[in-house]
Design a protein around this ligand. Structure first.
Ligand SMILES: Cc1ncc(COP(=O)(O)O)c(C=O)c1O
Length: 375
């Protein structure tokens, strides 16, 4: 998947293969955050010492991340280089032998456990004839109880379906996992875009499990490479010990910016409110467009910046991809997603659509994708 992104993301007129918001400059980020602070962020950034940060991450940032997860303190938080590093370190510590995973899945969630020798217990998402995704929870909980995984990985908001689980659904999964003594890991990378009212989405965190997350894709700042893992302190310390051989610590500039992002989010929300409203706007554009045309099926994501679109015409996804590419549109074929579970899967002919473009650009892209151009 990464090869596809690298090949097309810089050359497509409309890059909807991506899973994050349109990128911010440092200037735009600082300007937008500033109204929520009484000191100059620019001066504070310039005064930042370029030293090694504390191994587990800056105390203040860890406390701010803990505030996102009820019942935790800074001791339960490890700051990492992106969510990817948090996931790799955590999965290497847990070393699942039998991993229950919602599929299709962001490739890392599948490939790291497979590389560690885990068997996969797939929990497949179903799409109906209108392209609406559904989580068959009853089936999933039965599968968990029958197959007895040692780790259940819940990615929600889910990449690529855009599904978000409510608290009852999360409880049902947690209860099934608890019955078979299985550790629950939540990958909550898109939690900042999970509700129309702009509040945080629900968390899968419990004191028995772990959660990984970040805000960087939601905020159009993936270059900050900030992520975290929340869980019990002794495992986090073991993860940090391995991290010492790799990325060691996360640079203080990024950590300061992350702290200011979170403080602003919980304060006046001067920066992020605009990105949330762009997300809502793009969801509306997509819903309207899906109503107006008959060549694509799908729905806006409940959470996160991606959803899946399915062409109504019967043709190979690569052929369809080329047609779209010819029109300047880059959509990511779902067949690039998780090869190991893709073969014959119902969703394999679909595409992942990113909603992270600026609204005017997103709307223009949908116009380009009108049926007559495709035939
Ligand atoms: C579900 C999910 N988890 C984790 C990641 C990794 O994110 P990061 O860029 O913070 O390493 C991504 C990135 O797209 C993702 O979609």
């Amino acid at each position: 998947m990464e090869d596809w992104l690298e090949k097309h993301r810089f050359s497509a007129r409309f890059n909807a293969g991506e899973s994050g918001h349109y990128p911010q400059t440092l200037d735009s980020l600082l300007n937008a955050l500033q109204p929520d602070f009484t000191f100059s962020l620019r001066d504070a950034l310039l005064q930042t010492q370029l030293c090694d940060a504390p191994n587990l991450g800056m105390e203040e940032l860890r406390s701010a991340v803990a505030a996102l997860h009820p019942g935790t303190t800074a001791d339960n938080v490890l700051i990492t280089t992106g969510t990817s590093e948090a996931l790799v370190l955590l999965l290497r510590r847990l070393r699942p032998q039998r991993l229950a995973l919602i599929v299709p899945a962001f490739q890392l969630l599948l490939e790291i456990p497979l590389s560690l020798g885990a068997d996969l217990i797939p929990l497949p998402i179903r799409w109906d004839e209108n392209g609406q995704p559904r989580a068959p929870l009853e089936l999933w909980t039965k599968t968990i109880i029958r197959e007895r995984p040692d780790v259940l990985l819940i990615n929600h908001p889910h990449n690529p379906s855009g599904l978000v689980f409510n608290e009852d659904e999360l409880n049902a999964l947690q209860t099934a996992a608890q019955k078979v003594g299985c550790t629950v890991v939540g990958d909550e990378h898109y939690r900042f875009l999970a509700r129309p009212d702009g509040l945080l989405g629900p968390t899968a965190f419990t004191s028995r499990g772990f959660v990984t997350g970040s805000f960087i894709k939601c905020a159009g700042t993936p270059g900050l490479r900030i992520g975290w893992c929340v869980g019990e302190p002794s495992t986090l310390r073991e993860m940090q010990s391995e991290k010492n051989y790799l990325t060691h610590t996360v640079n203080p500039l990024s950590q300061n910016l992350a702290l200011w992002f979170l403080q602003s989010f919980f304060g006046g929300n001067a920066f992020f409110a605009r990105l949330h409203s762009d997300w809502m706007q793009n969801r509306t554009y997509l819903a309207d467009w899906l109503q107006q045309q008959s060549e694509w099926r799908g729905c806006p994501p409940q959470g996160g910046l991606v959803t899946c679109l399915f062409p109504c015409v019967q043709q190979g996804d690569l052929e369809q991809f080329e047609k779209m590419r010819h029109l300047g549109v880059f959509l990511l074929p779902l067949s690039t997603f998780t090869d190991a579970v893709c073969r014959d899967a119902q969703w394999c002919r679909g595409f992942r659509l990113g909603l992270g473009l600026r609204p005017a650009e997103f709307k223009a892209m949908l116009t380009v994708m009108v049926p007559n151009n495709l035939l």
